[in-house]
Design a protein around this ligand. Structure first.
Ligand code: ATP
Ligand code: MG
Length: 393
């Protein structure tokens, strides 16, 4: 069993986006120091960590310096080079392990792994050429989603093909890619809802599962998450049970988010698994006994996990692109901060890009319906024209 790392020690985190910054907030509150490594000098975690490194991940000097200052390591993004993780893991405890990362950081390997464990996923095929795509359409039909096997987030690197004539687009896309790029073609699932479940498993043999969250995406980007999800108790139980099975199959130690599709006929399919805290779990900061970030600290340091309890229903709304200015203007501040149960989180990113996650607002209320109304009113406000942006565009 991993020895416990006492407060006062330094935890290393690979990746320094908003997830890393929220992790750092939790770690520092618990008495730990944090060293972040993210090649982007503007990454939000650099502003809040005790030590920061911003060279490329391939830099071997930084690798040595990083490992010297940290006593355990975690990550906030699955696309950290697995070779770096393997090297670090030989020297310090790394949660999650590089073997888990290797499976999850490639969409094809991930889906192949899940189906080899008899865990339900949408039908899929490997695609590297137009011929393979044509073969895939014969088996999977239209519409069909094609995703790059590696990288990609918030729907980036994904294409929807609705009809045979769309296939010519793929030829053009293929021509813009380096050779050897792999794709996964997936059957388009006409889901009734998207759900997600956070599972945390420790090296001490404990496992906790958070309540099922219901998510709504717009153009592949998470728009809103609500908890509890509007599913029956037996469906919620089935979603938790499936998620627990998936993380156990990986022998995962860490915090994981299992994204699910619920189909018309009541089946649950695994869309993907993230080996880290997740945007749909941000509500845990304001509405749970222990947040997803605190659990990440606990599991990384070999501490006992925290008991998971939902303290309040909640709806979380993402602030995408310049919507953030609606909260930062004087009027917007006044309205949002005076809404009962509203909790504002801004990530401090300097540059706005369309669809970029700039912050989120969580609405808690004694009944989920009240939180839903507050979130809906807030989203209407986001659509109004805002005052001048303080950001670079
Ligand atoms: P994120 O980083 O936000 O989790 P991502 O870029 O990793 O997203 P996915 O989760 O695979 O990508 O896809 C984003 C969204 O696109 C899904 O949440 C879902 O709404 C839609 N989507 C993806 N795959 C399918 C599918 N096979 N059928 C129907 N919709 C899909
Ligand atoms: Mg996803």
């Amino acid at each position: 069993m991993q020895p416990m790392l006492e407060p006062g020690s330094t935890i290393g985190i690979l990746g320094g986006g908003q997830l890393g910054a929220m992790f750092t907030g939790a770690a520092r509150r618990m008495g730990y120091r944090v060293a972040v490594w993210d090649p982007d000098p503007d990454a939000p975690t650099h502003r809040v960590a005790d030590q920061s490194f911003s060279t490329p991940f391939a830099n071997s000097d930084t690798r040595e310096r990083f490992v010297d200052v940290v006593q355990a390591i975690t990550l906030e993004w699955e696309n950290i080079p697995a070779e770096l993780c393997e090297w670090l893991e030989q020297r310090r405890p790394l949660r999650p392990a590089s073997a888990v990362l290797r499976i999850l950081q490639d969409r094809l390997t991930q889906k192949q792994f899940l189906s080899s464990c008899s865990l339900p996923v949408p039908d899929f095929a490997e695609v590297q050429s137009v011929d393979q795509l044509l073969q895939a359409t014969r088996r999977l039909g239209f519409p069909l989603i094609c995703k790059t096997a590696r990288s990609g987030y918030d729907g980036k690197g994904q294409w929807l093909f609705r009809q045979p004539s769309d296939i010519s687009q793929f030829e053009r896309i293929l021509n813009t890619q380096a050779s050897g790029v792999r794709w996964i073609a997936e059957q388009f699932v006409a889901f009734v809802r998207e759900l997600s479940v956070l599972v945390v498993r420790s090296g001490r043999g404990e496992t906790y599962v958070y309540p099922v969250v219901e998510n709504r995406h717009e153009q592949g980007i998470l728009r809103e998450s609500r908890v509890p999800a509007s599913v029956s108790p037996s469906d919620a139980e089935a979603a938790c049970e499936l998620s627990l099975r998936a993380v156990a199959a990986l022998h995962g130690i860490g915090i994981f988010c299992v994204e699910l599709f619920q189909t018309q006929d009541g089946r649950l399919l695994i869309n993907e698994i993230a080996p880290r805290p997740h945007n749909s779990g941000h509500y845990t900061l304001d509405a749970c006994t222990v947040s997803q970030f605190e659990q990440q600290v606990r599991v990384t340091c070999g501490l006992p996990l925290g008991e998971v309890r939902l303290l309040s229903p909640a709806v979380m709304v993402n602030l995408l692109g310049d919507e953030v200015t609606a909260v930062m203007s004087a009027d917007g501040c006044l309205e949002t901060f005076s809404t009962p149960g509203a909790s504002v989180h801004l990530y401090g990113k300097r540059v706005i890009r369309p669809g970029r996650k700039m912050g989120h607002v969580t609405f808690t209320a004694p009944e989920v319906e009240t939180a839903v109304v507050s979130a809906e009113q807030f989203m209407l406000r986001l659509q109004r024209p805002h005052s001048t942006s303080p950001f670079q565009q």
